[in-house]
Design a protein around this ligand. Structure first.
Ligand SMILES: Cc1cc2nc3c(=O)[nH]c(=O)nc-3n(C[C@H](O)[C@H](O)[C@H](O)COP(=O)(O)OP(=O)(O)OC[C@H]3O[C@@H](n4cnc5c(N)ncnc54)[C@H](O)[C@@H]3O)c2cc1C
Length: 464
């Protein structure tokens, strides 16, 4: 191996959507950046995914929107189906309107843009193994290069964007970061991208992604049907992590058989994955290290969308690192601003949606058919929840809903209680402590709201 520089301002671990954006903006801010991925360069971007991303994040980052080979199709909105399929709620949200991308082409573009922005060293096929510490501060990583050599790489700040199973999060010496997550807070998925070369099956709803809630067919999760083009789609299923059977078999029975009508198909890609569906980790930083994207559990708990938040977090991490390096202080206190940015932006939304997700998972198909059929939650309310974490209802709306929900008063009361707690947690996250000192008090208040929802769920189960 040729001479390898081994001291950097920033080491970014993982060149997925979060890491590529972090590396790009760190380099753009004049930092000396090393970007590392265990994958071969040409495979960067390859990931089992629904491939859907909203357009807003590209405007936010002021970067090019997907186009050309990267773009499979443009999406107007989401159709949400009740289990009995009698109700379809169409949600057209400028934030969610966006793209279905070709994941590899998209990933390759983000990588190319990062390298063009001035990343000094890109190491592919390099596995990061551990953190290097100086007392309680991270000062680099140990990695295994593609030729098998083990090397210590030093940096002022490490940005960990190595995905859900981050080896670094598991090794962090800071008790405000959860090393692991509960099985209840993740969804097990299986999906296939299917092409119809004979063109004997048309893809339905080319401009919408469809989500089907069905607790019998997809317990604890949902079935998705995302178009790629007129003769290709991405279909899949997500279920509770402790689902007793094989998720691939469930997919074949409940998804493939329902949606694949032609016998002449080409399966372009298939595979399983795990998606976290909870609030982000308590703190996404420690001394000398910032966690980004799936590594920090920054995924929308309602639909599992993590591309957008990982890109935003990558940007926040880069600008926080640039500020810290300029001041010569890489401590928790200096990096805290990253936590504030994450928690007061999408963190607030995700914490509120985490509560909603927990309650939705306890509802039966009968509840879901009733709730969606009677519009106890309408399309605009669901969008409002997704955007602000809560719903503001006038007295008239409340009375109208009470009238519609009269035959299921308990469900209505539970949904109302949930709505209030979602508002509570959203406000708590918006007021995320501006300094580390007040963190423990804030945590207690957040846990208190979670406990209330947990109690409500237990009561619902007992009364069933
Ligand atoms: C089935 C499924 C469907 C999904 N559908 C959607 C969707 O439609 N829309 C959406 O927005 N989100 C979706 N998601 C979530 C989304 O894919 C992730 O949230 C997003 O990719 C997170 O990006 P990331 O950069 O944080 O991590 P990743 O994309 O996982 O990137 C991590 C990178 O780190 C590298 N790496 C890992 N370990 C090491 C190591 N030790 N050393 C060096 N490199 C390492 C990996 O090779 C990888 O390149 C889906 C997830 C699943 C499982």
């Amino acid at each position: 191996m040729a001479y390898l520089e081994n001291i950097f301002d920033v080491i970014v671990v993982g060149a997925g959507t979060g890491g590529a954006i972090a590396a790009r903006f760190a380099a753009k801010n004049g930092l000396n950046v090393c970007l590392i991925d265990r994958k071969q360069r040409k495979k960067i971007g390859n990931k089992i995914c629904g491939d859907a991303v909203g357009r807003e994040v590209f405007d936010f980052l002021k970067i090019e929107h997907p186009s050309g080979k990267e773009l499979s199709c443009t999406i107007k909105g989401v159709k949400l189906y009740s289990p009995d399929r009698s109700k379809c709620i169409t949600m057209i949200d400028p934030r969610q309107t966006g793209y279905i991308v070709d994941r590899v082409e998209f990933g390759q573009r983000l990588l190319k843009d990062a390298l063009n922005a001035g990343v000094k060293q890109f190491l592919d096929e390099t596995m990061v193994l551990d953190l290097i510490y100086d007392n309680d501060t991270v000062i680099g990583v140990t990695a295994k290069l593609k030729d098998g050599t083990k090397i210590d790489l030093k940096s002022k700040i490490v940005i960990d964007a190595s995905g859900l199973n981050s080896p670094l999060r598991k090794k962090i010496k800071f008790d405000k970061i959860e090393k692991d997550f509960s099985k209840d807070d993740a969804i097990l998925c299986y999906r296939e991208i299917i092409n119809f070369p004979a063109k004997d099956q048309d893809v339905i709803d080319l401009e919408y992604i469809s989500i089907i809630l069905d607790q019998d067919k997809a317990p604890g999760g949902y079935i998705w049907y995302f178009p790629k083009n007129k003769y290709s789609f991405n279909i899949g299923i997500g279920v509770f992590m402790d689902y007793k059977g094989k998720v691939k078999e469930l997919y074949h029975e409940n998804v493939f058989k329902e949606y694949v009508k032609s016998s002449n198909i080409e399966i372009q890609s298939s595979g399983g994955g795990v998606c976290p569906v909870r609030r982000p980790i308590w703190s996404c930083i420690a001394n000398g290290i910032i966690f980004v994207g799936d590594a920090a559990l920054q995924v929308n708990p309602l639909h599992g969308g993590g591309i957008d938040p990982s890109m935003r977090a990558g940007f926040y991490a880069a600008i926080t690192a640039a500020g810290a390096i300029q001041s010569g202080d890489y401590s928790i206190n200096k990096l805290w601003d990253y936590n504030v940015k994450v928690m007061t932006n999408f963190g607030a939304e995700f914490a509120a949606l985490d509560l909603l997700r927990r309650v939705l998972q306890t509802l039966s198909n009968t509840d879901l058919n009733f709730g969606l059929g009677k519009e106890l939650l309408t399309a605009s309310e669901i969008l409002q929840i997704a955007e602000t974490g809560g719903i503001t209802l006038s007295l008239w709306d409340m009375a109208f809903k009470a009238f519609k929900g009269i035959s299921r008063p308990k469900l209505l009361l539970d949904l109302n209680y949930l709505r209030l707690r979602m508002n509570d947690i959203y406000i708590l996250y918006e007021n995320f402590p501006r300094s580390y000192n007040q963190f423990e008090d804030w945590k207690k208040e957040v846990k208190n709201v979670y406990d209330k929802i947990h109690k409500m769920i237990v009561d619902v189960k007992i009364n069933k």
